[in-house]
Design a binder for this molecule. Sequence first.
Ligand code: MN
Length: 234
Amino acid sequence: MNSIYLFPPSPVPTVPIKGGEQVFPVNRIFCVGRNYAEHAREMGGQPDKEEPFYFTKSPSAIVPSGASVSYPPETENYHYEIELVAAIGKPVFQAAPNDALDAVFGYACGLDMTRRDLQFRVREKQRPWDVAKDFEQSAVISPIVPSAVCGHLTHGKIELRVNGETRQKADLSDLINSVQELIVDLSRYYHLVPGDLIYTGTPAGVGPVVPGDHLIGSIAGLGEIELTVGKPHT
Ligand code: MN
């Protein structure tokens, strides 16, 4: 029996696939906290090899590279975080290390946009991070490059420039937990399925942006991601 929707369901968010006509339909967005040692220190913590931790964003938070986003409400400290994103293309649960990367369809550049002042406020009270991390237009992503084209990314430059000035610069080999290790760990807790995205964490150098700023990020082998910060919603 077909259900009759009360109103049209929200469209499935998608990400373009570089060099193809198909698009990647997004299921869930997992994000990894403090996965570069220097960034863990700048956030007031100690790098911790043993325990990756996660938060999520709603699929509807997806924004394509090249967009202009509104400066979000209820913040005065809106931050960028450039990240390698792994796009899951096969189901995987309790992955063995040797099988983990088979689940990756491809990779993209991502920006985990963050209301940092709200993050600090809720963190202090040991409350959830949702208002700081999972808000509208907070998950920016470039077209996905299939791993059949770019291979599995374990090293190479990751960089972010704001108005032409370099703010974040590191190497993917600096990741505390590699994509392979993250899939092994995350798939202990979840049945990962095609459409899931994993934002793998940001290097040091996070900072605020304001309306009018223009961000260009890049990861070796993946090309660029671009974002313009617009005025707040009125
Ligand atoms: Mn992040």
